[in-house]
Ligand binder design. Structure first.
Ligand code: EPU
Length: 418
């Protein structure tokens, strides 16, 4: 198993390119199932989760052709299987995103329930009840969601909570339904907007994306399209947290600062000098960060996917920060590992109190989930001596060559294989 060895205390300098967003690319890849015509995608990030999604689509019969590192053509012309098997779904929960498209285009689907997850229960009940509202007959048998519908019918659906992939699944399904669907309490995340923009290019009639009320007028069929995946706001935010703890001067290209309001504002409060243009961000940091309180929230609030990385920033900050996680029940798995570096953190339920210390000291740590891994790498950049982060397959799921990009910025970080 690969691990990362980091010798901390080196300021970061230089420029790196931000990759396409994992959480936009995954639903967009699944949208290929909605049409018999090819989808051409650019800025697809080179990630383990993308590989898993492609394997899943290929076993459905989708032809995938790579054209260079970040471009792909997908053709769901001849679909062979309407089943998403447990072996793939259990490794990536986003596999549930094939349910809406398969059901809408082929009238049936059999998709494994994802099962447990390190950061919380993460049920998919809202996906299921939403599809039922669209007229599907759904049962859960032997661990599989079995869904059937001759043709879905538009409906008004109000999800019990804001769900990102739930909104995406229902939006995709509704594009081919008969009549109009209204998604109330919809997720406003930029990744939902990117998916809607692709679907519109495919001939879908969607309005209101980016607000909490999305209206979809069903059409009989969708067609092929070309689309470039939006920039990864979480990857960009993670590198900005890295410079917040290590100090230095970095520039991110291919970024989308307009999707990063909450993160950029917290980084400014932490003392990072930020400048940005339409597709770039520069950040300069001197000295220790200031402690910043963080409360996770749906977009446009502070993203839960940035909570762990900000926790790392707060461990070395001047002052005490309160970090509240409101989206997932169990997203503090990084805390015990940060404590092994000398961080002073106390957890009470969904709240963590982080008292900044002047210096962390390197240790061997174990990554537990994707964003937790990034937080440990960031903390390692601030720690004295060597930090070893084990189980970085979690990191590889969602960060494209993170250690290479950090090395490009001058960090002393190596991947050790085996
Ligand atoms: N929820 C339910 N029932 C549902 C759906 C959601 O109870 O049917 C609950 C969840 O358990 C959670 C809350 O609603 O407590 C929000 O979950 P949501 O459905 O929004 O999360 P998701 O769609 O499964 C996506 C991202 C996550 C990100 C969350 C929140 C993708 C592929 N994943 O997950 O990304 O944390 O939204 O923003 O888009 C990551 O990239 O590291 C990651 C975990």
């Amino acid at each position: 198993m690969d691990r990362l060895c980091i010798n901390g205390g080196v300021p970061l300098h230089g420029e790196i390119a931000i990759s396409g967003a994992k959480n936009a690319a995954l639903p967009i890849l699944c949208a290929s199932l909605l049409t018999a015509e090819p989808l051409h995608l650019d800025n697809v990030p080179d990630l383990k989760d993308i590989e898993t999604a492609l394997r899943l689509l290929e076993q459905h019969g989708v032809q995938t052709t790579r054209e260079g590192k970040e471009s792909l053509t997908l053709s769901a012309h001849s679909i062979e299987s309407l089943e998403a098997p447990y072996d793939l779904v259990k490794t990536m929960r986003a596999s549930i995103l094939v349910l809406g498209p398969l059901l809408a285009r082929f009238g049936q689907a059999r998709v494994s329930l994802p099962g447990g997850c390190a950061i919380g229960q993460r049920p998919v009940d809202q996906h299921i009840s939403g599809l039922k509202a669209l007229g599907a007959e759904i049962s859960v048998e032997h661990g599989y969601v079995i869904a059937q519908a001759k043709r879905l019918r538009g409906a008004v659906i109000r999800t019990d909570m804001v769900t990102v992939t739930g909104t995406e699944n229902l939006m995709m399904a509704a594009t081919l339904a008969e009549g109009t669907t209204v998604l109330e309490n919809a997720a406003r995340e930029p990744e939902v907007v990117d998916l809607a923009e692709l679907l519109i290019k495919m001939g879908a009639r969607i309005s209101g994306h980016g607000s909490d009320r999305i209206v979809i007028e069903g059409v009989p069929a969708l067609h092929g399209a070309e689309h470039a995946i939006m920039a990864d706001r979480i990857e960009a935010g993670s590198f900005l947290c890295a410079v917040a703890v290590a100090g230095g001067d970095i520039r991110l290209t291919g970024a989308a600062p307009k999707t990063m309001g909450a993160t950029l504002s917290k980084l400014s409060q932490a003392g990072v000098a930020i400048e940005s243009g339409p597709d770039w961000i520069s950040a300069q940091m001197r000295g220790r960060p200031n402690a910043v309180d963080v409360r996770t929230h749906e977009y446009p609030g502070f993203a839960t996917d940035m909570q762990a990385q900000f926790m790392a920033v707060n461990t070395v900050a001047q002052g005490t920060a309160i970090v509240v996680e409101t989206i997932f029940e169990n997203r503090f798995m990084h805390v015990q590992e940060l404590i092994r570096l000398g961080a002073d953190i106390e957890i009470d339920g969904h709240t963590a109190v982080v008292r900044g210390v002047p210096q962390l000291s390197g240790a061997t740590l174990m990554a537990t989930d994707l964003r937790a891994s990034a937080s440990l790498v960031i903390a390692g950049l601030a720690a004295s001596g060597q930090t070893v982060v084990e189980r970085i397959y979690h990191l590889d799921r969602g960060y494209s060559r993170m250690e290479k990009k950090l090395r490009q910025l001058g960090a002393n970080i190596e991947r050790v294989t085996g």
